[in-house]
Design a protein around this ligand. Structure first.
Ligand SMILES: Nc1nc2c(c(=O)[nH]1)N[C@H]1C(S)=C(S)[C@@H](COP(=O)(O)OP(=O)(O)OC[C@H]3O[C@@H](n4cnc5c(N)ncnc54)[C@H](O)[C@@H]3O)O[C@H]1N2
Ligand code: MOO
Length: 636
């Protein structure tokens, strides 16, 4: 298996091949057992059944505060024929039932008289008595083997007289980061260097899964050095994870190294991200499973979930942890490569009583797609994707009550929405404002199709020079739609510091040799440019770079900042974020379009309160390039 070509083994087959290779090499099926006190046992997995050693309660006890009586002495008591008992004893909840008594009357139902205690109802035997063994009876099976211990479990064990438990020790995971360009967290980076964020993440994932995690020093891209590190790691580990070098690059040695230290069962699975994963074993006494984790962070995180987590659970003899799932409607079309399980990160929110899933960026390097994800959706290998509006099954990464309180904003992106998201969450930890960026037009279409609560729009109608409302009439039929002004913002040309080309405005964009970077079709900024061009009768094809598209203001700013373009149109805030200069072109309104019914609903009320808050408006204006003069006004 030394070929540089990565195969496409289906996930289920890959799991099976790895299991077979582990068994053949003599990898232990389980980690050893240890005896621990109940105080230290939470999170561990029982390695033998737990039998109760004593009953709980261990004696008949009073279940209420009141008096202990003999039931036989209360026969005949009614509202009209009360019985006064003199033979009773005062008891509190939990007290042993005094000998000879067989029932308890709550003190609220006892009328004390000089003669004794007056009862207005007969008392059945064992009323308000917790009898011996009600909870646990001695010698019963309390917990089976293979049970991951929770706080309630250890409390029940202790109550049953079991103070020590035989459990599987925590599996030890050793993580070996590799790569000439990789530097420890906190290091000053030189150009081309990358922080070792994967070790941090994988170690935390392993600990969250109940393991002990160790990270070795970063190993250079040298097969001998990696082999040495792998062998040493295998000595102490139940699972070694070698990070990066899994694919077909010149310095990608993982598969070769694993083969030389033992054997490779699979190199390449039909899963994306995570495709070039290496599944193998390192020889030793005993042999140790090895997982070659692809270097891209999303691939690394998902590879842990897909391959490491089930193996680690198996080593402890426990069921793998499972996430709850829900059915959702897809907010957007979701193309997918045929032949690969495609793990897509999604944001979730409830719109018109249905959970809606909006796919996040798909790149294996986009770790924030996992940071922002509310759920994971797998497009199976045999499916070529889904249409917008399709029903899909989603694994939940957040609770449904949070998802139900998520404001779904789809449309054009604006930093004010990010600011609002942060302020709303600070005021109430259950509120999320999730905005995803598909341009103004895409947002209006999503609103029309019931896939979002709010569409952020700054769409200029070139025919009338009017913003957003003409599109609302055309696309949404206008009726039942409300439009709230969010802000006015300055749009202009983002240019390198000092404006080296001396650009003064739109008329300069046709300059020969200029490199423009545009926004995508359907973006409001694109429409604004087109409007400004048509007013001047400038043919877009005369602008060098007109067909080059970026999807956000920040992406345009990044392109200018990196010198990949001379200019592009965007908002002042984006220029500030990248320390660029800004040549104003126009001031435009940015509006929130929504169903009028939602205006008065509970979900959006905190947003309207926020827009009315002077503090929030001051924060928005402090961003620069924004005016809040009309913020919160209903314009339709
Ligand atoms: N010709 C091919 N190229 C690639 C293929 C392929 O099949 N043929 N597969 C692609 C896929 S899919 C993935 S995933 C990656 C896997 O990359 P490697 O595992 O080989 O890792 P590197 O190339 O060394 O690094 C990729 C990327 O990850 C960064 N990295 C590495 N280690 C860490 C770390 N500890 N913390 C954070 N980031 C890390 C590294 O700097 C790179 O940016 O290969 C594709 N290419
Ligand atoms: O399979 Mo790779 O992990 O998509 O980027």
């Amino acid at each position: 298996m030394n070929s540089p070509f990565v195969s496409d083994v289906p996930a289920a087959q890959a799991h099976a091949a790895w299991r077979e290779a582990r068994a053949a090499a003599g990898c232990p099926a389980r980690v050893e057992t240890v005896r621990v006190s109940v105080g230290e046992a939470v999170g561990r997995v029982t390695a033998e059944p737990v039998w109760a050693r004593r009953s709980s309660p261990a004696f008949d006890s009073s279940a209420m505060d009141g008096i202990a009586v003999r039931a036989s002495g209360t026969v005949g008591a009614t509202e009209t024929t009360p019985v006064v008992v003199t033979d009773f004893e005062v008891v509190d909840t939990g007290d042993p039932l005094p000998p000879g008594y067989d029932a308890v009357v709550m003190r609220e139902h006892v009328h004390r008289t000089p003669e004794g205690a007056e009862l207005r109802a007969a008392v059945p035997p064992y009323q308000h008595v917790r009898s011996i063994g009600e909870d646990i009876s001695a010698a019963e099976l309390l917990l089976p083997e293979g049970h991951r211990l929770r706080p309630v479990d250890v409390a029940a064990c202790a109550a049953a007289g079991v103070t020590e438990l035989v459990v599987r020790r925590a599996p030890i995971v050793v993580i070996v980061p590799t790569g000439d360009e990789i530097r420890p967290i906190g290091a000053e980076l030189r150009p081309g260097e990358i922080l070792d964020t994967n070790s941090l993440m994988l170690a935390a994932q392993a600990r969250e899964a109940g393991c002990e995690a160790r990270v070795t020093d970063i190993v250079v891209d040298d097969p001998e050095a990696i082999t040495t590190a792998l062998r040493a790691a295998a000595e102490e580990a139940d699972l070694v994870m070698v990070i990066a070098g899994s694919s077909a690059g010149r310095d990608d040695y993982t598969a070769r190294v694993v083969a030389s230290a033992g054997s490779v069962a699979v190199h390449g699975v039909a899963v994306r991200p995570g495709h070039p994963v290496v599944l193998g074993v390192a020889k030793g006494n005993p042999a140790t499973p090895v997982l070659g984790v692809p270097g891209y962070p999303v691939s690394a995180a998902l590879t842990f979930d897909i391959f490491a987590a089930p193996l680690l659970a198996e080593l402890e003899g426990a069921a793998p942890r499972e996430r709850p799932s829900a059915t959702a409607r897809l907010a957007r079309k979701l193309p997918s490569v045929f032949g690969m399980d495609d793990w897509v990160r999604v944001r979730l929110g409830r719109v018109q009583n249905q959970v809606v899933a909006t796919p996040l960026p798909r790149g294996a390097g986009v770790l924030t797609s996992l940071v922002r994800a509310d759920g994971l959706l797998v497009v199976p290998a045999g499916v070529e994707g889904h249409h917008a509006g399709s029903e899909v099954r989603v694994e939940l990464l957040r609770g449904l009550s949070e998802i139900n309180r998520t404001i779904v904003a789809i449309g054009s992106h604006d930093l004010v929405l990010d600011l609002a998201a942060s302020a709303l969450r600070a005021a109430d930890p259950l509120i999320t404002l999730a905005s995803s960026n598909v341009g103004s037009l895409g947002g209006l279409v999503a609103l029309r199709d019931g896939l979002c609560h709010i569409a952020g729009s700054h769409l200029l109608d070139p025919a009338t020079g009017e913003y957003t409302l003409p599109y609302v009439d055309r696309l949404l039929d206008g009726s039942g739609i409300a439009v709230i002004r969010l802000v006015h913002r300055d749009q202009g040309l983002l240019v390198a510091p000092g404006n080296p080309l001396g650009l003064k405005g739109i008329d300069d964009l046709t300059r020969p040799g200029l490199r423009y970077v545009n926004r995508q079709r359907g973006a409001g900024t694109r429409a604004l440019l087109d409007y400004e061009l048509s007013r001047r009768e400038i043919d877009p094809s005369t602008i060098p770079g007109y067909s080059r598209e970026e999807h956000t203001h920040l992406a345009v700013a990044a392109a200018v900042s990196a010198g990949r373009a001379d200019t592009g149109m965007g908002i002042l805030a984006a220029a500030r974020a990248f320390n660029l200069d800004f040549v104003p072109v126009a001031q435009e309104p940015y509006d929130l379009v929504l169903r009028a019914d939602d205006l008065s609903g509970d979900l959006l009320a905190p947003l309207w309160d926020l827009l009315a808050s002077p503090d929030f408006r001051a924060q928005v204006e402090a961003l620069g390039g924004y005016s809040c003069a009309e913020t919160g006004q209903r314009i339709r």
